[in-house]
Design a protein around this ligand. Structure first.
Ligand SMILES: [Mg+2]
Length: 309
């Protein structure tokens, strides 16, 4: 498969998962299949819960902000990225994570805001840095494993003081990078886990093990460990892009983010052509705070090309 198929598949796949999962957020397990029993039949990109059909949420909105900062600044410019996040956070996005909102609006400088939040709120390993990581994973993949992991840590740390969130984001970055190389990402997990800080390796070994099932989660899947574990489980236990996303959304809970993470992995693995056009037609990404801009599929494809071309 051509590299560009995988690059575009990752960026578009993540956005599709986000928009497809959003109407089912905080719903029960099995809600998607109950409503759409037969794959491919009946308007799955349905909207609801305040979302238009095909409308991407904060996950993809922040991923676009990451991408545009990387492209316009010619690389990692953390103060610039943080300022874009702040501009977006104060422009009334329809959804924003509690922790992300607090960090971006507490008035602290970019290099202290998340760390100070973490001192006061020690349980801060939400999935909010993992959810937006596809674009940075694409951008840093050609630079190799060290740059990939380092960038994941630093971008995650803008909003998440808990190193567990950095490590989960870095594992995702590495899974994408290895998939682009044509390596089986699941087979690469032992090597990827060896890159994780020893203090955090054990919990990721648990949720990324072949025998792990999302039912065994010890936290809500809004936390970084079960979110990443569920996305990898969805990729491992299905045989195509559509089925992986159906499995992810059917887990219930934080469905937009679990599906966004799954969609990034599955899009990289199966490529852009595996993403149904009926899911990309209505896809759109509003960018609150950025002059009313709304990105559509051609814009996301262009972004993917510039990031990974
Ligand atoms: Mg969201």
């Amino acid at each position: 498969m051509k590299r560009m198929q995988r690059v575009a598949g990752a960026v578009v796949g993540s956005a599709v998962g986000d928009a497809l999962g959003a109407p089912f957020e905080f719903g029960p397990p099995g809600a998607f299949s109950a409503r759409f029993p037969a794959p491919g039949v009946g308007g799955e990109m349905c909207g609801g819960g305040g979302w238009e059909p095909g409308e991407a949420t904060d996950d993809t909105q922040m991923a676009v902000l990451v991408a545009e900062s990387l492209l316009e600044r010619g690389g990692l410019d953390l103060p610039d990225m943080f300022a874009r996040f702040q501009r977006w956070a104060t422009s009334e996005p329809k959804d924003i994570g509690l922790q992300t909102e607090d960090v971006l609006t507490n008035g602290m400088p970019w290099d202290l805001a998340a760390a100070i939040h973490f001192q006061v709120n020690p349980r801060a390993a939400g999935n909010g840095s993992l959810m937006r990581a596809t674009t940075s994973a694409v951008h840093f993949a050609p630079a190799g494993p060290e740059a990939t992991v380092e960038a994941a840590h630093r971008i995650a740390a803008l909003t998440h003081g808990d190193r567990a969130a950095w490590e989960g984001t870095a594992i995702f970055h590495e899974l994408i990078r290895r998939t682009f190389e044509g390596t089986d990402p699941l087979g690469a997990l032992p090597d990827i886990l060896a890159l994780v800080h020893p203090d955090h390796r054990g919990r990721y070994e648990t949720v990324l093990a072949p025998e792990w099932h999302p039912d065994q989660s010890t936290e809500f899947n809004g936390a970084v460990w079960p979110c990443l574990g569920s996305a990898v489980w969805a990729l491992r236990t299905t045989a195509g892009f559509e089925d992986a996303l159906r499995a992810a959304i059917d887990l219930g809970g934080d469905t937009d983010t679990v599906a966004a993470v799954t969609g990034g992995l599955a899009g990289a693995y199966y490529g852009l052509d595996a993403i149904p056009t009926r899911w990309t037609q209505a896809l759109h990404v509003p960018l609150p705070g950025f002059d009313g801009r709304v990105l559509h599929l051609p814009d996301l494809l262009r972004l993917a090309q510039r990031l990974g071309g």
